[in-house]
Write a new protein. Structure first.
Length: 350
């Protein structure tokens, strides 16, 4: 009986091994480090028989293993091998300073999915887990299916005049997803910056260079000018929908490609309203005049801060709309910053 069971276990193991995609075979050698994490596909744990693999910058498979399913969680526990020093004329794996790409094979569909960002954390740790390179609590989400084309592709004109905008992106309070993009548009509608969001520990980070107008083409406006505001947009790849942040930003300056002080922060959350918002009911009701004062405050609904896209308005005793403005969301707080206008003395009969 024991011999039969041993034979069956070998048979089943061989069957699984043969089912992995072509080219997903690493060259084991003493130079290696183990990458650990959890794998999800569209937010759902990967399944039995799914595989992970790591590929170096030259496209060599440096590691490949079947995922471990435990208590409904799909774990990656994958040795990633370095280049074999005994074959100097052949490149089989990772070299010092090289990045790797993480891929998942969905055995239920046959699809190979690629993680949106590469990893530059590999080092030879003699077969042990690599510090700062994966963690058993870290979730790596892979976008299943075929994503629509990124609508900001090819719109940006990179040049030396730039500054980085940094923050967190949420949609209706939930972190944006893998494959989503942020973009910045100047006052003339030019796309001055666009970047895929970086997903880390379930948080969607914006890390986007915003470019200035190219001084070498003075007759063409390609980006930001000093004193100009920009509009922040988000593309939800799962819905193929573009959302606009509720307020503009007047903080851009040329910082030679570095993050701009006072213009975004990695702890700042920018929430975008999902779906199609109804029309603002106060649109066109306000008549700005020189007579005005600004009303400040914080707005909550049943004790919870109002959301992105919400508006405040002020009405006089005759029911005229004397002021209306979108609420400004800052660090989860909804601020009212609303000018309220007086009666226009140039139209005494109205």
């Amino acid at each position: 009986m024991s011999k039969l069971l041993h034979f069956l276990s070998i048979f089943f193991l061989t069957t699984v091994l043969l089912s992995q995609p072509d080219g997903w075979s690493a060259t084991p050698n003493p130079s290696s480090g183990v990458f650990i994490g959890q794998a999800t596909i569209n937010g759902t744990p990967a399944g039995e028989g799914d595989w992970s693999a790591a590929f170096d910058e030259d496209g060599n498979c440096a590691g490949a293993v079947v995922l471990i399913i435990n208590a409904g969680t799909a774990y990656i526990n994958m040795p990633i091998y370095g280049d074999d020093s005994t074959t100097p004329d052949v490149d089989e794996g990772m070299n010092a300073g090289e990045s790797f790409i993480l891929k998942i094979w969905d055995s239920s569909t046959g699809d190979i999915l690629e993680y949106p960002t590469s990893f530059d954390c590999w080092y030879n740790n003699s077969g042990a887990p690599m510090d700062g390179c994966g963690n058993y609590t870290e979730v790596y989400n892979f976008q299943g299916g075929v994503l629509p084309d990124n609508p900001f592709e090819g719109l940006v004109n990179p040049n030396p005049s730039s500054g980085y905008f940094i923050g967190q992106a949420t949609i209706d309070g939930t972190p944006a997803g893998v494959g989503d993009w942020s973009a910045a548009f100047d006052e003339d509608g030019n796309c001055a910056g666009a970047a895929v969001l970086i997903i880390n520990a379930g948080i969607a980070y914006i890390n986007m260079p915003i470019y200035g107008d190219d001084t070498t083409t003075p007759d063409v406006d390609e980006g930001m000018n000093a004193g100009e505001s920009f509009t922040l947009k988000l593309w939800d790849s799962s819905e193929d929908a573009i959302m606009i942040y509720s307020t503009e930003f007047d903080c851009w300056y040329n910082n030679s490609g570095a993050p701009m002080d006072g213009c975004g922060n990695y702890t700042e959350v920018y929430d975008f309203p999902g779906g199609v918002l109804p029309d603002n009911p106060f649109e066109g009701l306000v008549t700005p005049t020189p007579s005005s004062g600004t009303f400040y405050g914080q707005a909550t609904i049943d004790g919870t801060p109002a959301g992105a896209g919400d508006w405040s308005a002020a009405f006089d005793e005759d029911g005229n709309c004397a002021g209306a403005t979108a609420v400004t969301i800052q660090e989860g707080i909804a601020y009212i910053n609303m000018p309220i206008y007086g009666d226009d003395n140039t139209t005494p009969d109205v």
